[in-house]
Ligand binder design. Sequence first.
Ligand SMILES: *Cc1c(COP(=O)(O)O)cnc(C)c1O
Length: 434
Amino acid sequence: MSQQLSPHALLALDQAHVWHPYGPMPGTATPYVVESASGVRLRLASEVSGHRELVDGMSSWWAAIHGYRHPVLDEAVRDQLGRMSHVMFGGLTHEPAVRLATTLVEITPEPLRHVFLADSGSVAVEVAMKMCLQYWRSVGRPAKRRLLTWRGGYHGDTFHPMSVCDPEGGMHQLWGGVLPQQLFAGEPPAGFDAEVDPAYAASLADLIERHADELAAVIVEPVVQGAGGMRFHSPGYLRLLRELCDQHGVLLVFDEIATGFGRTGALFAADHAAVSPDVMCLGKALTGGYLTMAATLCTSEIADGISRGEVPVLAHGPTFMGNPLAAAVANASLGLLLEQDWQSEVKRLESGLRNGLAAAADVPGVADVRVLGAIGVVQLDHQVDVRAATEAAAREGVWLRPFRDLVYTMPPYVTGDEDLARIGAAVTAAAVAG
Ligand SMILES: *Cc1c(COP(=O)(O)O)cnc(C)c1O
């Protein structure tokens, strides 16, 4: 089918009617118009975008780990489309969802045995919180209904997940009286390889101990805090949280929506610490970036507790729960990931990014350069000029989407060495321009 709208008309209608992430209305920035994508390349409508083709440095926000239009993923969707694209999940079940849930149980840490298939990451976090609160209600401890997290986190944009986002980045002042009041520890000290800081550890221990009676759970992004600031911390803090939670009867939730499926160099960031949470959230790369789906996994202890309570069900059931198309492509994406030597690919990207970003450290205005797994971050000492930085990257042939004081990249795992070098050059150029 041919394009119905000229790119100019499309942009005018977009500006007039269509919200974009974190955008005003009417829109003020002019987005690039994407006509198609394949491999690691986005093809743009060049008459309005000024560029024909960009190498994707973002994996569409952590999701498109195998790139675009991967033949195996395309075929999985087509095959499922030939059977059914959706049926309700109440009273019905189907192979794509059952296979997906079973695989997730197999590849995640041992005690996670039960899977809720949600339709977005934020909903998966909502479900995780509901599980924890309902567990404590069911076992006769209804006062345990607050959450503790550390600053600098991001867990989604719906209201309960917003309540555990970083209070400043999450604009909590805008939502005074609306958001539930959660408990915040300071930001975890920076550095994947850093020793655990005893003073910080003591502050965590103190908070958890003092509030144990009202705490349902601690929720954190393990190892990498993503949209809250692209910061890395030692897996040692995850071991510490596991100990403290066990000691004080508090559940531990890992939000691996960004970190899951190999991005940090381990299949799940929890694996760096050899720690198992009680609840784990997955999303983003789950479907290889094809369709929206997320998952919340929990232990049998939590599931049993909920199912023995006064309302012995988990009262949540999205219309598109377990969507067969999304589950089918998730199965195919996981198959692709696990049948290849993904560790070596992520390592290759890690060393490519280390080389590619090394020069950025000497750019005036750059505060820090850090790389972990297939994630590269250049932090500036000022707010980035998003428009100038994006254009500078595009002139190098690369799509980047900087935010706050950060120019960063998490390329698709299939990015070749030459394209990876371009991404490194583009991040550096964006840091110079931004
Ligand atoms: C993106 C993200 C979410 C929210 O997922 P959506 O699919 O955007 O709702 C939650 N937690 C983390 C860690 C994320 O990176």
